[in-house]
Design a protein around this ligand. Structure first.
Ligand SMILES: Nc1ncnc2c1ncn2[C@@H]1O[C@H](COP(=O)(O)OP(=O)(O)OP(=O)(O)O)[C@@H](O)[C@H]1O
Length: 259
């Protein structure tokens, strides 16, 4: 299997604090990952290194064949998609939904002009696949939280990334919207051209069967990583959260009982 993303001995130091302390992690083609860890363990910091928003203090980050430092990182980052709520604040409320999606082609947030017809068609096709083709004529500012998440993922899919990082994509969704959203994510994972999905979440309920691997972080270090069935245990989760928790299997999904 080919490597899509490789992090080797990555450290991240800010304000004299060692936030990431030697992370080794590899995502191979065809794998979909979930990252779990308590607040402040370094999940966002790790994502910031992978997307090139922050330079690692030491260590190597490789996307496919290209390594940060040896390749033009602006080109490399075009292969890593990031869907995060912080993006939403940078998009103008008056921007048409189709333009928001089409802007993913150039990794720009606001296009300020009508996108080329071919991009508009591709954007409309992606939107249709979400089951929300009626949003085609909507403006960004009128969308609900769940609709915004779908549009942001469509936007990311415009660029044909090899890795798509979803940072707490279900935050703010009601239970039904969350389940619909997760099922759509599961469908994306079945596409032959699907990027490797990396989902950061605090909720084991959101770990879908399509997520094949799990990375557990604690205090800026890898606690454990590997195939979901091996890594996701009550014992491991109790260790990372520093309190007894019980992982319950419900069909192919999970629930967590605290205490
Ligand atoms: N630029 C920075 N300067 C100083 N401290 C930072 C910086 N970036 C992150 N930190 C600190 O590093 C730690 C890890 O932060 P990070 O946001 O990566 O955690 P996280 O696992 O994503 O947390 P959460 O689950 O709460 O979102 C936190 O204690 C945070 O305050």
């Amino acid at each position: 299997m080919s490597s899509v993303l490789r992090v080797q001995k990555a450290t991240f130091v800010r304000s004299g604090r060692r936030i990431l302390k030697g992370i080794d992690w590899e995502v191979q083609a065809g794998q979909h990952w979930c990252i779990l860890g308590p607040n402040g363990c370094g999940k966002t910091s790790l994502i910031n290194l992978i997307t090139g928003y922050e330079p690692a203090t030491s260590g190597d980050i490789q996307i496919g064949e290209d390594q940060f430092g040896n390749s033009d990182w602006r080109e490399v980052r075009k292969r890593v998609g990031l869907v995060t709520n912080t993006l939403t604040t940078f998009i103008e409320p008056g921007e048409p939904v189709i333009n928001v999606i089409a802007s993913g082609r150039e990794a720009k947030l606001n296009l300020w002009q009508a996108p080329p017809a071919a991009w508009q068609r591709q954007a409309a096709t992606l939107l249709k696949a979400t089951g929300s083709p009626h949003l085609r004529k909507s403006l960004w500012g009128t969308l609900s939280q769940g609709e915004r998440q779908k549009v942001l993922i469509c936007r990311a899919l415009m660029a044909q990334f090899s890795v798509l990082i979803l940072d707490e994509p279900c935050a703010g969704l009601d239970p039904v919207a969350r389940e619909h959203f997760l099922q759509w994510m599961a469908e994306i994972a079945t596409w032959p051209e699907s990027p490797s999905l990396v989902m950061v979440t605090h909720h084991v309920e959101e770990i879908l069967p399509c997520l094949t691997h799990v990375l557990l972080l604690k205090n800026g270090q890898v606690h454990s990583q590997g195939e979901k069935a091996d890594i996701l245990t009550s014992e491991a989760l109790s260790e990372i959260y520093g309190a007894p928790v019980e992982l319950e299997e419900r069909g192919e999904r999970y629930a967590l009982v605290v205490g």
